[in-house]
Design a protein around this ligand. Sequence first.
Ligand SMILES: Cc1ncc(C[n+]2csc(CCOP(=O)(O)OP(=O)(O)O)c2C)c(N)n1
Ligand code: SF4
Length: 330
Amino acid sequence: MATQIIKFYQTGTFTVGNRLLDESNRSVQSSMDRTNGLNCGHRACQGCGEALGARYAIDAAMRATNRQLIAANATGCLEVFSTPYPETSWQVAWMHSLFGNAPAVATGIAAAMKVKGKKEVRVLAQGGDGGTTDIGLGCLSGMFERNDDVLYICYDNEAYMNTGVQRSSATPPAARTATTPILGPEPGAKFGQGKSVPLIAMAHHIPYVATASVANLRDLEAKVTKAMGVHGARYVHVHVPCPLGWGSESSDTIKVARLAVETGLFPLFEAEDGEVTGSTPIRGRVPVEEYLKLQKRFAHLFGKTPDTARLAAIQAIADRNIARFNLVRE
Ligand SMILES: Cc1ncc(C[n+]2csc(CCOP(=O)(O)OP(=O)(O)O)c2C)c(N)n1
Ligand code: SF4
């Protein structure tokens, strides 16, 4: 799929349909032949970023593999809202796994396909940030270290949403969750050292690592397509706002995701064999307050007396990303 940057007004919209563009530049979703990998009828909340991200990622992967795809899915919202027994919204060969072992299950599927001589069948695993950055990290590291032929996609909504919004190691500092309440002198999640699974993946020198966001769906499609064109272990980390857990408006999901990118809090980059190969520049740099204000989980930072010290600490995280990934260019 082409990665040419296209201005929205040039597309002729089918939402992001791009029907006025060359065939080669159209998004996967604009095609009448798209696979509708995650179909209607699922029970995700209105405005769920995870459902949107998964739909785009799976359709792109199915197109890239000529529909020869098997997906393993960690327990989490994505699994629960899509497969209330005996129903399913998946139009892809799909296997449920435990909360923490989706990478190992996917590795097993890939090994089975190899033994059967089904080289054309490709394997993908997917899960939330809890399943990925916490309980599944050991299995994931093993999958990376062995360079198993699997694409792992993490949909990062920054907490354990399925079980009622508990903190994960991807929860940002100061955020209110069920387990990081607004109590004490520094309410919300602690300022730790952070944990970047994309950087951890890079430390394994795997062939391909990328971050993506539902704010830029063409970019997400392109990165998943690129990942499916490579063999070995691959990792794509997608930022997916959760209106229920973040306390944002359902209609603001894309806006919130875009502000995460434009503030520098969620940098978009790619890496190959352990080295950063590119990043997406920020178009108009925005102070972190613009992003935080749209989410009730950060409302305590904007009380009668704004928490300027901790707002500055969050801004410093964004500034560090901007410098590290060269996000603001002349
Ligand atoms: C070993 C184990 N512990 C706890 C659970 C309960 N559980 C199921 S899903 C989930 C949270 C999932 O969070 P995350 O991976 O971030 O995905 P999200 O729901 O946010 O998409 C938990 C704690 C479980 N299924 N297995
Ligand atoms: S709780 Fe969040 S992640 Fe789960 S379905 Fe609702 S919006 Fe999506």
